[in-house]
Design a protein around this ligand. Structure first.
Ligand code: NDP
Length: 611
């Protein structure tokens, strides 16, 4: 009988041993308090949520006007929705954002080293439409911010925008077919349509480490980097740290990017680690201008589709991206299974396929761990930096400066063996009973996930018949295609609720934005004022979400805790990956495409005001 091992050839590891190690490492990290291990940014830490880049002198008169569309959130989701609605001929489009400009995550995250780790040619939206060329294969944060501004300028999204403004409430008025929107600047505006593009990871969180409030040194969260203290900018040059002992808590995707800079500039850097990241080769480079000029019209959509197909396990005839992401997926997903099927002369059954992928994952992660031995000189440090979980339990990282930073004499890795920091004192951080004195403590501890949608959005929404979104979604989101929810007419959600996610997030946002613009244009052109999902369409979509969620669930159950699996509590159904469409992005985009090509608006109810 053919075994999974026969399918992938020789293996030089013991899968049983590795599996046991993975489960052991996961068990060490599961904390009974789950998400409650984190504390809110309030009281002493209230300033962590403030905008360090804001113009504090800004003021404006309250607005009492009417616009066609209000878009809450001016990140890529809001910008793409705005751009596509502008293309569809909508006139008054108002972006509202608490930030002082567009950019969303790239507005807030300006920490040293911030950059995207998906290739800029597919990550930066609308490159072709705007005739823009990224300077590097992987763009640094300032270029991404500038591109966000370019989109806003090109689609005239600054015209009606309200920045440094937070929505405080929204009420649907059935009689006028309009939303009333209030803000913290005293605005009381109305809009025919509302788009919620508030982002999945927008509220910074802090670890509930005993004594966290007692620390007397300087502190900040990575998403609000305090350059007035560190000196320098997003490119580094943190001269303010030359006589400072700095501690950083967290070793996720953000920490991997900023630690090399902290290491270079701090008098001494202590890295407090609970779970190591998987860090692979990045290999950034300047854009090859001739290659870029040679790209044929329609290239960006083709490249995005190719990447998304590859990273979803489809066997594409060519790999247009050819980087770490596509390499991982080509090795781990259905492509490998297809190769094995060819060799075997039959299709693999699901169990064989799952076993084979598990073995390939072990092999890949052995490579990641082996790379650490080749770079990190101190054997103990190298051992501590090794991730013991499957590749997609956490977001894989790609960086060429992270591992070498641990060879510096001024850098100490303080591993907590999965337990996390024990205590914070007025002068430092305690791990295994040892206090590490620091002048500055940087929290690279991520963002809230799994909390209620309206809590993260920062306001509640009162829909038809006075029903509140927080109530309606108290047991989880309910939508049709992730875009509309019964009881909330003329409201759309752009983001990651009951849709398909993909590594290249702007691609998913672009597909949703295009779909939304199609719907609103149809509603308008057919002479209607109001659109709402039918109860049946919403119910059927819940069934589809439940049906397709099963595969992902068993994978995440075995994973090390993190925000993907709601800190190891998959059964709660509230992690980042929970409630997504499990059929993957390729099927999801095709499904939306098919829906549009019916020429009708199946599942949507249209009406005119006053009828
Ligand atoms: P994460 O949530 O990924 O990481 C938080 C870190 O804090 C983890 O290492 C966590 O450890 C650690 N931590 C939490 N509590 C404690 C504690 N008590 N003691 C010690 N350590 C603790 O946040 P990030 O900001 O790093 O990343 C968020 C997301 O942003 C990424 O997953 C990615 O999607 C995105 N991102 C994307 C980038 C890009 O290039 N496109 C770059 C940066 C971020 P543990 O793992 O054990 O929970």
């Amino acid at each position: 009988m053919t075994t999974a091992r026969d399918l992938i050839g020789e293996i030089d590891f013991d899968p049983t041993e590795l599996k046991a190690r993975y489960l052991h490492e996961r068990d060490k990290r599961i904390r009974p308090e789950g998400n409650d291990q984190y504390v809110e940014i309030t009281d002493r830490f209230a300033h962590f949520a403030e905008d360090p880049w804001a113009d504090r002198s800004f003021s404006r008169a309250p607005l009492n006007d009417h616009v066609d569309v209000v878009i809450v959130g001016a990140g890529f989701g809001g910008l793409l929705a705005g751009a596509r609605l502008r293309d569809a001929g909508f006139d008054r489009i108002r972006l509202i954002d608490a930030a002082g400009d567009v950019g969303g995550t790239w507005y807030w995250n300006r920490y040293p080293g911030a950059a995207c780790d998906v290739q800029s040619y597919i990550y930066l939206p609308l490159l072709e439409e705007l005739g823009a060329m990224p300077a590097h294969k992987y763009s640094f944060a300032p270029e991404i911010m500038e591109h966000s501004r370019r989109i806003a300028r090109a689609y005239r999204l600054y015209d009606d925008a309200c920045f440094q403004t937070s929505v405080t409430g929204m009420d649907w008025d059935e009689a006028s077919g309009r939303w009333s929107i209030t803000t913290d600047r005293g605005d009381a505006m109305t809009a025919q349509f509302v788009v919620m593009a508030t982002g999945p990871l927008n509220r910074p969180k802090l670890p509930g480490i005993p004594g966290i409030g007692s620390f007397e040194g300087h502190t900040f969260h990575t998403s609000r980097w305090d350059y007035s203290y560190t000196g320098g900018d997003t490119y580094g040059n943190l001269t303010g740290l030359s006589d400072r002992r700095v501690g950083i808590i967290g070793t996720g995707a953000t920490a991997v990017q900023c630690i090399p800079h902290l290491a270079e500039w701090s008098q001494h850097l202590y890295v407090f680690q609970r779970t190591p990241s998987s860090v692979d080769v990045r290999d950034n480079a300047e854009t090859d201008v001739d290659w870029f000029a040679s790209l044929e019209p329609g290239w960006q959509q083709r490249y995005m589709a190719n990447f998304t197909a590859l990273v979803s396990g489809y066997d594409e005839p060519e790999d247009l991206i050819g980087d770490g992401w596509t390499e991982i997926f080509r090795g781990l997903t259905g492509i490998a299974a297809k190769d094995a099927s060819k060799r075997l002369g039959r299709r693999l059954d699901p169990l064989e396929k799952a076993e084979m992928m598990e073995l390939l994952d072990y092999r890949k992660m052995n490579g990641v761990r082996g790379r650490i031995d080749g770079i990190v000189e101190d054997d103990h440090t190298a051992e501590m930096l090794k991730p013991w979980y499957r590749q997609f339990c956490k977001r894989p990282c790609f960086h060429d400066g992270y591992l070498p930073a641990f060879n510096r004499s001024n850098v100490t890795l303080v591993d907590t063996d999965g337990r996390g920091v024990e205590q914070i004192t007025p002068s430092g951080v305690v791990v295994n009973g040892v206090e590490y004195e620091v002048d500055c403590l940087v929290f690279s501890t991520g963002f809230e996930v799994g909390t209620g949608y309206t809590r993260r959005a920062g306001f509640d929404v009162r829909g038809r018949d006075g029903i509140e979104l927080s109530q309606r979604w108290a047991d989880g989101a309910r939508t049709f295609h992730g875009l509309q929810s019964r009881g909330f007419p003329n409201m759309a959600f752009i983001g990651f609720i009951q849709t398909a996610t993909t590594v290249n997030i702007p691609h998913a946002l672009a597909e949703q934005a295009g779909h939304l613009a199609h719907i609103l244009r149809e509603v308008r052109d057919r002479g209607f004022d109001v659109v709402e999902t039918s109860q049946t369409a919403e119910d059927e979509w819940q069934d589809e979400i439940a049906r397709t969620a099963v595969m992902a669930r068993s994978f995440y159950e075995e994973c090390t805790p993190g925000y993907y699996n709601n800190e190891g509590r998959v059964s709660d159904g509230t992690g980042y990956a929970a409630g997504m469409y499990g059929g993957g992005p390729v099927r999801f985009f095709a499904l939306l495409d098919e829906w549009r090509s019916t020429g009708e608006l199946p599942g949507l109810e249209l009406r005119r005001v006053g009828q």
